[in-house]
Design a protein around this ligand. Structure first.
Ligand code: 13P
Ligand code: SF4
Length: 309
């Protein structure tokens, strides 16, 4: 009798599928995936792979992004209810209203957003290239940045630009407090604090490095430090340990868990692959063509601008 992992491997080969997993996924999913990474890295992978099927182990907007970038592929999300609450904090109608209030402004939309919002935007960005995307825009242009007020605040500070922000936030990252960082620093004074830009401003202000999840992995490769305090979703600790077994990683807060990221299991990955012959598969993520085409323009600009860091 084959194990779940063996069945996944067999079906993957049979259907020419590739399995992508975000850095916040449960450890066993990260270990089984063909590629792991941050939102930008996985978007690029999804658009460049010649696999016919992409199994996206992450949350809904990530699979939707892959479907927009790769219309010829079947994109599967093993759990359709794995959403991102921040992405759902803005609708296309709300963005249209905001655009009317700021005529002529350019819209930069964080990839953590619904396809309809991307379709209303000029540029998409991830936390890895948000600063570079905004930096690339003409200085005389007003910029609307949605939906994350904290990433937007970080970008405004780094680029010295006055952005129009939307009050969205990540319910997981706001759980990390200034006291969490202070306590961890008091316990491990030699540790470097790496913080995701979705964290609040007081947390960012006392952190040494503000980095996307992919940038954290890159930063450690060139750092002489042996200990790191990690202010992001706790799945990141697994990703960091896998690549750096000799370094020590301390989670800034054990409360920083994204329940949606943890909805993906090995069994659900297997069921999604088993269901592939079913034309109306419930795992299949699709985007209506008119929205897909408009959203793709903003996403194409995102994958073209690589982070300077
Ligand atoms: P990254 O782009 O850094 O992978 O982060 C995605 C995300 O959802 C953060 O909460
Ligand atoms: Fe969304 Fe936050 Fe989860 Fe990232 S960690 S997917 S922003 S809810």
């Amino acid at each position: 009798m084959d194990s779940v992992l063996e069945k996944i491997q067999n079906l993957k080969q049979k259907h020419k599928a590739v399995i992508l997993a975000h850095n916040y996924q449960p450890g066993e999913i990260q270990d089984m995936a063909d590629f792991t990474g941050d939102s930008l890295g996985l978007s690029i992978k999804a658009s460049q792979t010649d696999a016919e099927v992409v199994v996206f182990c992450g949350v809904y907007f990530m699979a939707e992004t892959a479907a927009i970038l790769s219309p010829g592929k079947r994109v599967l999300l093993p759990e359709k209810l794995a959403g991102c609450p921040m992405a759902d904090m803005i609708t296309a109608e709300q963005l249209r209203d905001l655009k009317q209030k700021h005529p002529g402004a350019l819209v930069v939309c964080y990839v953590n957003s619904p396809a309809e919002v991307k379709a209303e935007s000029d540029y998409c960005c991830t936390s890895a290239n948000a600063v570079d995307v905004v930096d690339s825009l003409p200085v005389e242009k007003k910029i609307i940045f949605v939906p994350d007020q904290y990433l937007g605040g970080h970008v405004a500070e780094k680029t010295s630009r006055d952005l129009v922000l939307w009050p969205g936030y990540c319910p997981t990252h706001v759980l990390i407090s200034e006291d969490d960082i202070k306590n961890a620093k008091a316990q491990f004074p030699d540790a470097v604090v790496m913080t995701h830009p979705e964290c609040t401003e007081p947390v960012r202000n006392i952190s040494e490095q503000i980095l996307s999840t992919g940038q954290m992995l890159k930063f450690i490769r060139h750092s002489d430090a042996k200990r790191f305090i990690v202010a992001t979703e706790i799945g990141m600790i697994h990703a960091l340990k896998r690549q750096n077994p000799n370094a020590e990683f301390i989670a800034a807060s054990p409360k920083a868990v994204c329940p949606n990221m943890k909805k993906i299991t090995l069994e659900k990955v297997l069921w999604a692959l088993e269901d592939l012959p079913n034309a109306g598969s419930k795992y299949h993520v699709t985007v209506p063509d008119d929205i897909r085409k408009r959203a793709k323009k903003a996403l194409d600009r995102m994958v073209e601008i690589l982070p300077s860091q």
